[in-house]
Design a protein around this ligand. Structure first.
Ligand SMILES: [Zn+2]
Length: 641
């Protein structure tokens, strides 16, 4: 790789690229003239990790993480110091960093440099202080991000999934850093990998994978928000402002679930718009630091049927609309009306809003959109792997282009396309990574220059870890090589067992894709993003023997305890699935399977594992795992997500 004077590994060739700061690795002439830097050798090091005494907390966190991982990898624990040392990893913005010729303040938010300078290694990025926010309301922790990049690139650590077992740190006799000059930053200013769990270990993993939404440069607020800003009180005694449903207006006092259908307004009523905008302005006064405020309607249906509201609804010929009318005009009329009022008093605040469900598609009627709106496209028809379907896959490109024409430069993507909520049918059925879908979405969103990426991961670590890892990587570099990332993950996680496991994931991917393609686009099963018995019968049951055979092969090939344990995380899901298939009477010779457990053994398995991250999704007690959910047994239906 190093051999010329300037060897750009990846230079953005399009106009938006420079703006987004695509990866740039340059082995410059100066760096080439240097000898490699040996940071640790034979368990010893004369290096220190230097940072300023008053460095921001994220820089101190970077120092601690460098110290921890380098110690595990090399056996040498580098001291963390506040005075320059003869040989040092110089962290963050400080006089020494500047003396070495690096000016982190000149970098864009969340960007960093990693450079060898003589014996020293400089890792420095744009950092916000503890009390400081970026212009987009978030934080910039460039030095911390650079430290993580160094640990992955030069030490070789991989954070495969949350928990200790997911951290893969190689043992190094010598830690040598070839002369290098790296300058990098993320493709998206807001990166959220959602649904991977609220456990501290999962939070720590999100942070290391650089997809903790609260720690990126752009802070967003765009979710369902009709119940916020004191509206429940403001609407008391004002039923005329609520949605008209079947001839009646339900008073706000009767709303049980704020987030859902019940909390819908008569949005064509100017008094309602004024009331909402005033409530929002009051909330803004109380919290001046917040730069973006959500104004999206509550989730679900329950739209006002009054003649004025209904008058603007349009016929919609996008395939994903399934023949239903589009309510986009009424919703975007409401957004616009609120935005105009708010802008008079708060010209700098942005209002975050969805394009979603009944208001997923751009209005047919000619409309201008107020400049203080920020749009998150949350395309409900693409949830639950439906983008395997060629008609929707084609529609996705047109939808992105179409919204971008209207909201260019102030948009983000909100994704549940590679997601299955296991609640409705928590039977251990594994779901595939969704790589063909990721390969379509991430580069397209990057190409449009959209700033925000919200990606719903798979909740169950045992089979979802690979998908979550690759999605996290794409949140940083949207056009990274998905197949290469996946191949490396499989090798690092399962060792020689990675090859048959790759075949297993691909088998699942093909089986689910064929199933989704078998539906007509208007069929609700295509958008089903919860695991349901029919799907398990069609997708998982026919390939169960093949999955078992590939899994056995992988287990036989696994070379270390860690590789075996990671495989068993997947296998535990198949133990659960096997029990449910057996209880449904869907297996001919259940007792021949590796995953077969007697009822007594399965009860013990449930006791032991119902909270295990490998299989964990919905069970609050072991007994809940022991309720058969396939076959003729009625399936308990509860709302989730
Ligand atoms: Zn109405």
């Amino acid at each position: 790789m190093i051999g010329g004077e300037h060897m750009p590994m990846h230079i953005a060739s399009t106009t938006f690229g420079a703006l987004l700061g695509a990866a740039l690795l340059v082995a410059g002439a100066q760096a080439l003239a240097q000898a490699p830097v040996v940071i640790a050798d034979g368990g010893r090091s004369d290096y220190s990790i230097y940072l300023a005494k008053d460095a921001p907390p994220s820089v101190a966190e970077a120092a601690a993480e460098l110290q921890r991982v380098i110690a595990v990898a090399t056996g040498a624990k580098l001291p963390i110091v506040n005075e320059p040392a003869p040989a040092m990893i110089c962290l963050g913005d400080n006089p020494e960093t500047r003396r070495l010729g690096v000016d982190p303040a000149a970098l864009p938010d969340e960007h960093f440099v990693i450079e060898t300078r003589g014996r020293h290694l400089v890792i420095a990025g744009k950092d916000t202080r503890a009390d400081q926010r970026t212009a987009q309301g978030g934080v910039s922790e460039g030095t911390y991000l650079g430290a993580l990049e160094f640990l992955e690139r030069c030490v070789g650590v991989r954070w495969l999934f949350p928990d200790t077992l997911g951290e893969d740190i190689p043992s190094l006799k010598q830690l040598t850093v070839a002369p290098l000059a790296v300058r990098d930053g993320p493709d998206f200013a807001h990166r959220a990998l959602h649904s991977v769990g609220g456990r501290p270990e999962a939070k720590a993993w999100q942070r290391r994978m650089r997809v903790d939404a609260g720690r990126s440069a752009m802070r967003l607020s765009y979710n369902h928000a009709f119940h916020l800003y004191g509206m429940k009180d403001a609407l008391k005694g004002r039923p005329e402002l609520m949605a008209l449903i079947d001839g009646k207006r339900r008073p706000v006092e009767d709303c049980k679930n704020d987030y859902l259908s019940e909390m819908k307004f008569c949005t064509s009523n100017p008094e309602l718009v004024r009331l909402y905008a005033d409530a929002l302005l009051k909330a803004m006064d109380a919290n001046p630091a917040q730069t973006m405020w959500a104004i999206s309607p509550s989730d679900g249906a329950g739209w006002c049927q009054c003649p004025t509201c209904a008058a603007t609804d349009e016929p919609c010929d996008w395939p994903g609309a399934g023949g239903n009318k589009s309510l986009s005009p009424r919703v975007f009329d409401f957004y616009n009306a609120v935005a105009r009022i708010v802008r008079e008093k708060q010209p700098d605040k942005r209002l975050g809003c969805f394009a979603y469900a009944a208001y997923n598609y751009p209005p047919l009627k000619a409309m201008e959109f107020e400049p203080n709106l920020f749009l998150m496209a949350a395309s409900r028809p693409y949830y639950g792997y439906s983008l395997y379907h060629p008609v929707l896959s084609d529609e996705f490109n047109r939808l992105v282009d179409s919204w971008d024409e209207r909201f260019h430069g102030r948009m983000g993507w909100f994704d549940f396309s590679v997601y299955v909520g296991p609640l409705r049918c928590s039977v251990g059925a594994p779901y595939p990574p969704g790589f063909p879908i990721m390969k379509q979405i991430f580069p397209k969103v990057k190409q449009k220059g959209w700033k925000a990426m919200f990606w719903a991961g798979l909740q169950v670590n045992g089979y979802g870890a690979l998908s979550n890892y690759v999605a996290a990587k794409l949140c940083w570099r949207a056009d990274a090589d998905v197949d290469a990332l996946a191949a490396e993950w499989l090798r690092r996680a399962y060792g020689p067992g990675g090859e048959p496991m790759g075949a297993l994931y691909a088998l699942l991917e093909k089986q689910l894709a064929d199933y989704k393609r078998s539906f007509k686009v208007a069929d609700g099963q295509l958008y089903q993003y919860r695991c349901v018995p029919d799907q398990v019968r069609a997708v998982h049951l026919p390939i169960f023997p093949q999955m078992e055979s590939l899994y056995r092969e992988a287990l036989a090939k696994a070379a270390t305890d860690a590789q075996r344990q990671r495989l068993e995380m997947f296998g535990d899901n198949l133990v659960i699935l096997h029990w449910h298939l057996r209880k449904a009477g869907w297996l001919k010779t259940p007792e021949t399977s590796l995953f077969h457990r007697t009822d007594e053994d399965f009860r013990a398995f449930a006791q032991k594992n119902y909270l295990s991250p490998s299989v964990r999704c919905v069970w609050k007690t072991p007994e809940e795992m022991l309720v058969p959910k396939l076959g003729e047994t009625p399936v308990p239906v509860k709302r989730q997500e």
